[in-house]
Structures are given as structure tokens and as C-alpha cells.
Ligand binder design. Structure first.
Ligand code: GLN
Length: 525
């Protein structure tokens, strides 16, 4: 336990579960260690929006008590887990990193949160994200920036930036994120951790605050593929409260890792390694291909001819769905409401002025109190990026533009899906980059939305096609920043992706590398 206190979570979740079962450590030790690591590093990293301190400790002691008593415990019994703050937690804040939901306390648990509790995991806190998960750097959070533990001047990726950073900084062994266009895989890649976006429908979205419902999917982040398998097993499964939930049994993902997959055929898309891609990413791909080849995989070229339309297609569909999903934040149902008194006084003042001026036309157009309430609430409650997306989406869906944008995007989405179907006739999975380069600097792209959106070019296709994708650490850039790669497979091929990712981690140690800051465990200024 002394070594654990000094350096929590050098071990993986799988290793910690063994130690817990053997009685080498207690859940109280683990939660104490997690809280200590958060205490030391989180004022620099900023991964957490809320921490459950005493409550988590109480739950840990209760698990320890039940364990000593010989009770049957759940599969994650006693392990601290972090949860992205767009997943509803009953009776506890769920902010989506937005002023709009700053004071929102959900009256129910998301299905995945209920499943974590049923598995006897201990929720240690809620992690930071881009506001409503809209972004790729966690800079659009209304509350705080999260910094990349590998370089505090750089972004951790997003939108699950807090979820990835807290695993990278070894504050928790397991973390739950959501991925609409890359939000699990991209921060996992930039922070040097492993993350999986499951098949659309594999994990229930009930209680996930909706961004783009046809793309959103919840999934695990951890140090290793094995830990992702462990966590996915708990998260996945049919749920009648999500109409898109897949009604198929959940395979024992972790146990299946022990089975060596027979000859795997891995495809890659040569065009993806061309213009604008960092040489570090290209080198990482080449080295990984060699590793897979040495493991006996057959490597072959495949083509995804419509991939170059993916970013445009994604942003039309995601913004359209967002504009509709976010209509519910009106200051009436729940969430933030503008100062009504001030709003009414302002409106009365405007009316008086227009009457004095005799401006009848403007008087007629003047907001009703209700409309003004909506307007002011939304103007004050949403940040710039969320507003941009609501406007883009509303435009794409409006009469006259619907066919040209939204409908067209749906058609291209189908072509992208067909590209994958065709590719998966000849290969079992496709290996590719997650991002065009390593983590960029804080502030570098925040005023250039297009550059920010283009950083998503490798991740959005899996969401458009609804297929699973596993991101894992595969190298370091020249300046020592993590580089991740992803394996994408046909629908419900999670077990194969995990098997092949696990194979890679058995012969490489990129997933064991830790940010220098944490590795040295040195004091911070
Ligand atoms: N970066 C993408 C976006 O900004 C993906 C976000 C996500 O997956 N939630 O939309």
C-alpha cells in the first residue's frame, strides 16, 4: 500500500481488482489514493468539475465492509471511476460544462451510471468537457480549462478532455466519456490513454444529455484495452428506455481477450497519410503496421472514397440535431433562467420609449414577456460555440435549405457507411490515425472554428457509420507528446477490436508511458 499511496494507479484496473479481491488493498485505500492524486494535480490539470470526496469514501468503506462479510460484490467492486459531466447522476450536479445547466440536479441516473452503481464501482467525481460536448479541446467549457498532463500548455483534446486527462494523470483507473464525432478517441489519443467508441446502440444513451442523438454513444477510457473491456462489459446492454438500444447479449469482452483471434486482416487507407498530416503520425502508423504484421496480421490497402466529405457531412448533421435537441433549454422547464424582474423592467422601458416615439411598427414587433424570457435565457446561458452550432443547424434545417444541406448530408452519410461495408468485405478492421497531429496549444485554434473542425477528420466517420472504433496509444511525437491510432470495425465487432488492441499492448508499452509530470511525481510550482 505504501507504493500505491506514493503513486496511485500505476496499476491497471484489472490488477487493482485482483489486489482488492486478495485483500492486499482496500477500496478505502484506493479512493483515498485517488483523492490524494486529485488534490495534488487537479488544480493544475483541471479535469474535474465536481468531486464526491466524503461520499465516495463512505461508499468505499461500505464495499470493504461487505467484502469482509463475504457478500457477493459487483464486477467493479471498490474501484474509483470518473464520469463525464453530461451523464445524469441522481441528486448530484450534471452541468454539461454549461451555464445553462450550472444548477441542474437530475432526478434520475443515466443508465450507465445506474450500471456502474450496480457493479459496485465508486463514482469519484464528474469530469470537464466542452460545453454540451461541442468541441475538440475542452476549451469551450463554461467553467474551466482542462490541461493536457503531458504538457500543461496544451489542450487535452475534447470533448471528453477531463475524462482522458484524469486517467492520464493517474487520478482514476477508469473513466466514462461520450463520443459524437470523436470525443472519446481524440482526447484518449492526445493524452496517451485507451478509449473505445462502441457501435451505435451498444450502450444505452438514456440519461446522456443529448447533443446529436443519431451519433452520440457512451464508452470507456482507461490505461489499457483490457480495462476498457472490463468497463464496456458493465456499460453495455439493452435498455428499453433508449429506443435505439441494441437487444443483443453482451459478450464477456474481457474473458474473450484471452482468445487469440485467428489470422486478422487489417486494412489501412494510404490517402489518409498524405497532406497536412504530421510526420510523427505517419511514422507511428508505419511502426504500428510493422507491429501488427509481426503479430501475424495480414495488412492490405483499402479505400474509403467518401471519407473526405465526412467533416462537412458530420457538421451539418450534428449541428442540425443539436439545434433541435437544445431547443428544450428555454428557461421554463429547467436549467438557467434569466433574471425575470430585470427582464420585465427592461421590456416595460422599451415599450414606454416606443410609445413615446410613436413607433407603432416596432411596438407591434416587441417581444412578449415569454419570448423575451427565452431570448435572454438562451443568450446568457449558452456559450459562443453552442450558439454557433444552433445557428448553423437551424439554417441547415430551414425551409429552402433543408434539401440542399440536411438531406444531402444524410445521403452522403449513407455513402460513407457503404464505403465501410465494402471495405469490411476484404478486411476485418481498419487501422488509421485518430488525429492529424499531437495535442495543440491552448488558444491555438479557439478563434478558428474551421481549423478546430478539421482536426476531427479521422474520427467523425465512425459516428456517421455507427461503427465501433478503439483508440490506443501507439507512439510519441518528436517533442514527447502522445500519438494514438484507432482500429475501426464493422457493427458489433467490439470483441475483435479489443482482442487485436490487446495483442498490440502485449508487445508494446506505449500505454504504460506516463506524463513526465506524473512519472517524476515531483512537486508542482
Ligand atoms: N469535436 C467534435 C465536435 O466538436 C466531436 C465532439 C463529440 O464527439 N462530442 O463536434
Amino acid at each position: 500500500m505504501t507504493s500505491l499511496n506514493r503513486f496511485p494507479f500505476a496499476s491497471s484496473a484489472a490488477e487493482l481488482l485482483v489486489a482488492l479481491r486478495k485483500g492486499d488493498i482496500t477500496s478505502e485505500d484506493l479512493v483515498t489514493a485517488a483523492l490524494a492524486q486529485i488534490q495534488t494535480y487537479d488544480r493544475h490539470v483541471g479535469a474535474f468539475l465536481s468531486i464526491r470526496g466524503e461520499k465516495a469514501l463512505d461508499e468505499a468503506r461500505e464495499i470493504d465492509r461487505r467484502r469482509t462479510q463475504g457478500d457477493k460484490l459487483g464486477p467493479l467492486a471498490g474501484l474509483p471511476v470518473a464520469v463525464k459531466d453530461n451523464l445524469c447522476t441522481q441528486g448530484e450536479p450534471t452541468t454539461c460544462a454549461s451555464r445553462m445547466l450550472a444548477n441542474f440536479i437530475p432526478p434520475y441516473d443515466a443508465t450507465v451510471v445506474a450500471r456502474l452503481k450496480a457493479a459496485d464501482a465508486i463514482i469519484i467525481g464528474k469530469t470537464n468537457l466542452d460545453e454540451f460536448a461541442m468541441g475538440g479541446s475542452t476549451e469551450t467549457s463554461a467553467f474551466q480549462k482542462t490541461r493536457n498532463p503531458w504538457d500543461l500548455e496544451r489542450i487535452p483534446g475534447g470533448s471528453s478532455g477531463g475524462a482522458a486527462a484524469c486517467v492520464a494523470a493517474r487520478m482514476v483507473p477508469l473513466s466514462v466519456g461520450s463520443d459524437t464525432g470523436g470525443s472519446i478517441r481524440q482526447p484518449a489519443a492526445l493524452c496517451g490513454v485507451t478509449g473505445l467508441k462502441p457501435t451505435y446502440g451498444r450502450v444505452s444513451r438514456f440519461g446522456l444529455v443529448a447533443f446529436a442523438s443519431s451519433l452520440d454513444q457512451i464508452g470507456p477510457l482507461a490505461q489499457t484495452v483490457e480495462d476498457c473491456a472490463l468497463l464496456l462489459e458493465v456499460l453495455a446492454g439493452h435498455d428499453s428506455r433508449d429506443a435505439t438500444s441494441i437487444n443483443r447479449p453482451v459478450p464477456p469482452y474481457r474473458e474473450l481477450l484471452l482468445q487469440q483471434p485467428e489470422k486478422v486482416r487489417i486494412g489501412y487507407v494510404p490517402e489518409m497519410l498524405s497532406d497536412g498530416i504530421s510526420p510523427d503520425v505517419v511514422r507511428t502508423m508505419e511502426e504500428a503496421i510493422d507491429v501488427f504484421r509481426s503479430l501475424g496480421a495480414a495488412i492490405q490497402e483499402v479505400s474509403l472514397p467518401h471519407a473526405r466529405y465526412a467533416v462537412a457531412t458530420y457538421y451539418i448533421i450534428a449541428c442540425s440535431e443539436a439545434s433541435s435537441n437544445l431547443a428544450r433549454y428555454d428557461g421554463v422547464h429547467y436549467g438557467y433562467r434569466t433574471d425575470e424582474k430585470a427582464m420585465l423592467a427592461e421590456l416595460a422601458e422599451e415599450r414606454r420609449r416606443l410609445q413615446q416615439e410613436g413607433n407603432l411598427a416596432a411596438l407591434e414587433d416587441l417581444d412578449t414577456a415569454l419570448v423575451r424570457l427565452y431570448r435572454k435565457t438562451r443568450a446568457e446561458g449558452f456559450g459562443a460555440e453552442v450558439k454557433r452550432r444552433i445557428m448553423l443547424g437551424t439554417y441547415a434545417l430551414s425551409a429552402g435549405y433543408y434539401d440542399a444541406y440536411y438531406l444531402k448530408a444524410l445521403k452522403v452519410r449513407r455513402l460513407i457507411r457503404q464505403d465501410y461495408d465494402r471495405a469490411f468485405e476484404t478486411v476485418d478492421m481498419i487501422l488509421g490515425p485518430v488525429t492529424p497531429g499531437p495535442a495543440f496549444r491552448i488558444g491555438e485554434k479557439i478563434n478558428d472554428p474551421l481549423a478546430m473542425y478539421l482536426f476531427d477528420l479521422f474520427t467523425v466517420s465512425a459516428n456517421l457509420a455507427g461503427i465501433p472504433a478503439l483508440a490506443f496509444p501507439a507512439g510519441l511525437s518528436a517533442e514527447g507528446l502522445p500519438i494514438g491510432l484507432q482500429l475501426q470495425g464493422p457493427p458489433l465487432s467490439e470483441e475483435r477490436l479489443l482482442q487485436v488492441g490487446h495483442m498490440f499492448q502485449r508487445v508494446t508499452d506505449w500505454h504504460r508511458r506516463r506524463p513526465p509530470l506524473i512519472e517524476n511525481n515531483g512537486p508542482l510550482s
